[in-house]
Design a protein. Sequence first.
Length: 188
Amino acid sequence: MIPSSTRPPVLTGHGIVLRPPKDGDVETRLAFGRDAEIHRMYGGSAASAPPYGRADARAWVNSITEHPAAWIIDHNGAIGEVRLDNINRSDRRASLAIGIFDPQRLGRGLGTAATKLVLAHAFGALGLHRVSLRVLDFNERAIASYRKCGFSIEGREAALIDGEWHDDIMMGILAHEFSAQKDLLQGK
């Protein structure tokens, strides 16, 4: 267990509570199991979503308990989690991760509410400058929620160097693009 002085504060508003784990959360999480479509939105295969057991539920609760900035999303009981990962005090940035595991609670604004509470904490009490996240391009419900909270697709002001903000430029190359470039260099 993390000492209470280092646990994140309980955050309330918009009809939800963001709180640390409590008795009964393992059973609640176990009862929801692993919904195939939610699993897909997290990046897993819906066709091969593994069963969700008691050890998984315990590990989930333990991970939130041990995390310095993680909460259970409570709306008449535990329905998900939200975290600030990779908090970088120098650049005053962090990554947001959120998941609702109750399929009946999706699309009701609860993820948006949880995100807004965490952002208020991140930009207020923690004094962060930037919060980023990763989302799959087909997760339209999540993207709409993040846009409601003010997120943009970007890589701006990610590093504070000598008192000046600098952008992170997101770059990538795909295997077939590299092959095409190699062919050009070889005169093909």
